[in-house]
Design a protein around this ligand. Sequence first.
Ligand SMILES: [Zn+2]
Length: 356
Amino acid sequence: MKFKLLLIFPFVANSCFAQLKLDFISFDFLKAKSNQIIVLNERIDSLNTVINNERDNHNQLKYELNSSLETLNQELLEIKKILKNYQDSIEDLNKTLQEKLNPAINSTIKDGFIDSMPADKWSEMDVFKENWSNTNLFPYVYSKNNKIPSSLNIRLFEQDTGFAIPFKGNVFSGFGMRRGRMHKGLDIKLQRHDTVKACMSGIVRFANYNSGGFGNIIIIRHLNGLETYYAHLQKMVVKPNDIVHAGDFIGTGGTTGTKRTGPHLHFECRWKDYPLDPRLFIDYTDFELKSDTLLINPKVLRAKPTPTRKKYYTIKSGDTLYGLAIRYNTSVSLLCQLNGLRKTSTLRINQRIRIK
Ligand SMILES: [Zn+2]
């Protein structure tokens, strides 16, 4: 944007010289002005040069910045690619790990046979996840997982896990009806502070005082799915989620929870809350295991678990099967099964739904 004042100078000068009346003073004046204009033009020229230089510099800088930005973007893309590769590798590794781990876990109890598996991995087994509770004595009562199998042969003894008699004492009251009530275990005579042992390996599911009559009671879930109950203990030396091996000292005999009877061990064996007679597999005369396996069927589990008390709920606005399942600690599929619904069924307001 050059503005050449010089262009108007000849015009001004010519018109000045053309006038004969022009006197010396005015000529001097014009000459001074034209000199000023020349100086100004020179300044403008130099300023223009400066501006042009600055613009060039600016453009150069802009170009450099743009190319740096492009380089950075390319580097970012490279980093993203590397990251993606890492993520893919991690995913692959996880998959391989799962494949390597899962068959081991899943095959741990296959057809009732227990494969050797390190004890610190036991808690990953399905048997120690299903209806696992450190607070409920009978966690399967309201569960859909407590269906009685028509015939299931389970393994009692393994080289790794072994078997031990909980306490070698006289059984003075056996499994069955007693004074009009079902006695769901064996009462084994012992002295206070006698050592009580875990009969098979597994994980302690419950170890607490129970005011309902058991007193201090330890419940161990075993690798084969059976649970054994040790009640009226004086002292408990294991706590929930402890890993125990067959023959481990778990507590001492006592009288907690008993009223009239003297010190004894109330010993129960249950399969998913269904009590069964421990003498089906333990010979309490010779104190030895009768058989390496135990057949579970409806006849063996003759005593029924605590019956499910039916519970209903009336649908209100905004209720969903999913929400109800969470609120009542059950599952959508169980709710559907109880009510003949589909998972996609629409609930009507005031509809009566069976929860349990
Ligand atoms: Zn008893």
